[in-house]
Design a protein around this ligand. Structure first.
Ligand code: PAF
Length: 282
């Protein structure tokens, strides 16, 4: 396992290997790695000669200082976990200085409106921060294929848009949500859930699964109402939004069309921990 903290060192290493024909798969993370991340790493290892994993808690994508402070930082544990998958992974764990120099600010992007839906309404500036870091990481790592989980489906759509708009020479691949046996989607935030909230959290996916069945015969409005009622009865989870959206535009569906593809999206608080999940509907 080689760990790089410095962008010129990893760039140099990757450029040399690329000139000999090696292909690179890339998994960008903020650390606190879990099985969901490892499944992305497995895909990267299967489809490329080398896998690079970045571990960087990106300050510019947090709109809440407390959330940034509390975000788990567990590099040693992360490296140990990656070693269980393969010893040949390259880890890039830069400092804020290495990425941002003296200017820890996000660039401003237009993602053709994708950034204003769902998460965009609740997390001010979040996608500018994500766009800034992912563009920089792509420039440093120069991957052939980059892997992102569908749990952050809106983020995935925005990163695909970023690559397309800036003609970045990378294939952005979405990977299925990795779930516990209970159905709860793996997330770095799960480790912070207190027992009662941990036990309550699988309700999110259970409700999404039933919403999917209901969407077969009911309107988007009826399904949305039903989901909101279910959450209102749950004393451990507070719904922030439930949205059924067109997967191309991420806009809330007004009237169902059999020619379009939809997904249902949830954000909910379990105590002070914000969880998100989504499901394909058709
Ligand atoms: O999904 C994440 O963990 C982050 O948003 C990402 C893509 C690593 C950028 O910081």
């Amino acid at each position: 396992m080689t760990i790089f903290n410095n962008k010129s060192e990893i760039q140099d290493h990757i450029s040399k290997a690329k000139s000999k024909g090696a292909t690179f798969g890339f998994v960008a993370t903020m650390g606190a790695l879990h099985n969901g991340h490892l499944s992305l790493v497995q895909s990267a290892l299967q489809e490329n000669d080398v896998c690079v994993v970045s571990v960087f808690v990106n300050p510019t994508q947090f709109d809440n200082v407390e959330d940034l402070k509390k975000y788990p930082r567990t590099l040693e544990q992360d490296v140990a976990l990656l070693k269980t998958v393969s010893n040949s992974i390259l880890v890039y764990a830069p400092s804020v200085e290495d990425i941002y120099g003296g200017n820890t600010k996000a660039e401003h992007f237009s993602f053709d409106g994708l950034e204003f839906e769902m998460e965009g309404q609740f997390r001010n500036g979040h996608f500018d921060g994500v766009g800034t870091i992912v563009k920089r990481l792509f420039e440093i790592v120069m991957p052939n294929i980059a892997y992102f989980g569908e749990k952050d489906y809106q983020q995935l759509a925005i990163i695909k848009k970023l690559a397309q708009k800036y003609n970045l020479p990378v294939i952005v691949k979405g990977c299925e949500i990795f779930r516990e046996d209970t159905g709860l989607a793996y997330s770095s935030r799960n480790s912070r859930l207190k027992p009662d909230y941990r036990n309550a959290a699988p309700f999110i996916f259970k409700t999404l699964t039933t919403a999917k069945v209901r969407f077969g015969t009911k309107s988007a409005k009826e399904v949305t109402k039903w989901v909101e009622t279910q959450f209102a009865k749950n004393k451990f989870l507070e719904l922030e939004y439930f949205v059924i959206a067109d997967i191309e535009t991420l806009k809330t569906v007004k009237r169902k069309s059999k020619f379009k593809t939809y997904r249902a999206f949830v954000a909910a608080y379990a105590d002070d921990i914000r969880l998100i999940d989504n499901i394909a509907l058709n």
